[in-house]
Design a protein around this ligand. Structure first.
Ligand SMILES: Nc1ncnc2c1ncn2[C@@H]1O[C@H](COP(=O)(O)OP(=O)(O)OP(=O)(O)O)[C@@H](O)[C@H]1O
Ligand SMILES: [Mg+2]
Length: 253
């Protein structure tokens, strides 16, 4: 099989990331790259440091050591909101939307917040149009005028994907997108995530516990354990890795 990450220039690189809180080492010497068009799944037991790693990438926390590059630009100390302007979008382990606003307004705000589109009154019109388009894409057009608070978990995830679409993000970070989503909504969401990277030069870093979802989406899998990268490779390589199997002993893989 031809691996898409080989030889291509990376969309995102993490180099020797160290992050600790007081005496607790949360991430140690984490080095990873994400190629354009690739879906990289980060897995690992509870407390392994997966969400912290996402926080380092998005700028919610700053590592004490190491570098993060986005499209070749060093963003290690760049504020989170500026990272979105450089083509990054994220969804959270716990959904983070304005419940009282409509679905459409949430997506319009994402279009505006990215700062990547036109400005002024004309921008308002094109933002709304882009938001409608994105909602159509994720199958939520009929829900556009509903308050987000009235949606199911699965629908909320779709809103977040629509937000990433309108923000024009090339690198999308998904922290447990299937959390709380009912089983019948999972295939739809998997298809939407696949679609996202099918478009030109978009890449995804995905934290996921459900191995069936990982196997379906991942080009490569990175295993975190006690804040270190235990293994990186194709899903098959990683599943066959003895250290990985030991790390997961007693846990569902
Ligand atoms: N700000 C913080 N202060 C102290 N400890 C922290 C902080 N953030 C994370 N930790 C600790 O770092 C470790 C990694 O946490 P993190 O949330 O990144 O794990 P995770 O892999 O996302 O876990 P889960 O699978 O439960 O989502 C945990 O032991 C956690 O308690
Ligand atoms: Mg987590």
């Amino acid at each position: 099989m031809q691996l898409r990450h080989q030889g291509a220039d990376p969309a995102l690189t993490l180099t020797d990331i160290h992050f600790s809180v007081g005496a607790a080492r949360i991430l140690t010497a984490v080095t990873l790259d994400l190629t354009r068009g690739e879906t990289l799944c980060v897995i690992g037991p509870n407390g392994a440091g997966k969400t912290t790693l996402m926080n380092v990438i998005t700028g919610t926390v700053t590592p004490q050591q190491g570098r993060v590059h986005l499209n070749g630009v060093d963003i290690t100390r760049m504020a989170s909101h500026l990272r979105t302007r450089h083509g990054m979008a994220r969804t959270f382990q716990t959904s983070y939307l304005f419940d009282k606003l409509t679905v459409l307004d949430n997506v319009v705000l994402a279009a505006r917040g990215s700062g990547r589109g036109p400005r002024g009154r004309k921008a308002g019109v094109s933002e709304a149009a882009a938001a409608h388009d994105a909602l159509g894409h994720v199958g939520l057009a009929p829900r556009a005028q509903r308050p987000v608070g009235a949606l199911s978990h699965g629908e909320r995830r779709k809103v977040e994907i629509a937000m990433a679409l309108v923000s024009g993000a090339e690198v999308l970070l998904l922290d447990e997108p299937m959390a709380g989503v009912s089983a019948e909504d999972v295939p739809d969401l998997v298809a939407l995530i696949k679609n996202y990277v099918a478009a030109q030069d978009r890449s995804i870093v995905l934290v996921e516990h459900h191995m069936d979802v990982v196997l379906e989406l991942a080009d490569r899998v990175a295993v975190l354990h006690h804040g270190e990268v235990l293994a990186v490779g194709t899903p098959d390589e990683v599943m066959a890795n003895e250290q990985v199997q030991t790390a997961y002993m007693g846990e569902e893989l």
